[in-house]
Write a protein that binds this ligand. Structure first.
Ligand SMILES: Cc1cc2nc3c(=O)[nH]c(=O)nc-3n(C[C@H](O)[C@H](O)[C@H](O)COP(=O)(O)OP(=O)(O)OC[C@H]3O[C@@H](n4cnc5c(N)ncnc54)[C@H](O)[C@@H]3O)c2cc1C
Length: 245
């Protein structure tokens, strides 16, 4: 895996934030996900429209697996509620409610409905009745250089695959804006590029047949284990239905 001094803080460990972190982490950027940890997806009963699962999938299991994948990609996790983001030189400082602070060259805000911590910055807030979104371009960039917004917070459709896809789009935009002009995160059979006299492009990996078989075997084993038992957690109910006593 490539490494870089470029630092990225992703605010929000839900679908969009984790997907963004997956790509920045795999690209070798120093990625930290700071989150209060309660993805809105935990409220879903059974996720039936996420591509690739014909009988649906437990959304809490999907989040657990995605978190594991992001950790394997080299990202680190911190519990915390970000309260304020300020400009520090060319980068940013993020302050959490517990007093912890984080420095970053790039910030990805992926906090579903919370945009309050961006109020000190000159971003484009979109008021839609009870909800506030943040205006972005096609790649999730805001009017503040280095600050991106991913997922529902940028007024994407309120669907899991859309949030995941948008998070990936934003993660890749951060990678390309940092120091890589062309980047495809692909794993391909040995010789796919080199046997045509081409260099393996940035982000791509050629693997031989033995490595492919080993990776497939590991994935079968991991998925068998993950799907062996029902997930222990029940869906989170809407806050208005939760008995506070
Ligand atoms: C009841 C229900 C059922 C649903 N069912 C489906 C369905 O069947 N199919 C489907 O496609 N979609 C469904 N959805 C929608 C789907 O869950 C969302 O569209 C998706 O989770 C949005 O992803 P996100 O990353 O933008 O937000 P989230 O997944 O909510 O992630 C936001 C993250 O930000 C964190 N956070 C918030 N503020 C801060 C802060 N200040 N500092 C640090 N962290 C912070 C939160 O803890 C959370 O981890 C459902 C939603 C609900 C409510």
């Amino acid at each position: 895996m490539a490494t870089s001094d470029t630092s990225v803080v992703v605010v929000g460990g839900g679908v969009a934030g984790l997907s963004a972190a997956l790509y920045t982490g795999r690209a070798g950027l120093q990625t930290t996900v700071v989150s209060t940890g309660e993805s809105i997806l935990r409220r879903n009963a059974h996720l039936e429209n996420y591509p690739g699962f014909p009988a649906g999938v437990n959304p809490r299991l999907l989040l657990d697996l995605l978190e594991e994948q992001v950790e394997d990609a080299g990202a680190t996790f911190a519990d915390g509620r970000i309260q304020r983001v300020t400009r520090e030189g060319d980068g940013f400082e993020l302050l959490a409610a517990d007093g912890d602070s984080y420095e970053a060259d790039y910030v990805v805000a992926a906090s579903w409905s919370d945009a309050t911590y961006l109020e000190g910055l000159d971003v484009d807030f979109l008021d839609r009745g009870s909800k506030t979104f943040v205006g972005v371009d096609d790649f999730g960039s805001t009017t503040v250089e280095g600050l991106y917004v991913a997922g529902r917070l940028s007024e994407q459709h309120h669907q899991t695959v859309v949030a995941a896809g948008h998070g990936a789009q934003v993660g890749l935009a951060v990678v390309e804006d940092s120091d890589v002009d062309f980047y495809h995160d692909w794993t391909v059979p040995e010789g796919y590029f080199t046997e045509r006299g081409r260099d393996v492009p940035p982000g791509c990996t050629e693997i031989d047949e033995a490595a492919r078989e080993r990776r497939e075997a590991e994935s079968i084993e991991r998925m068998r284990e993950a799907f062996a038992e029902p997930h222990p957690e029940e869906p989170t109910m809407h806050p208005s239905l939760v008995d506070e006593d």
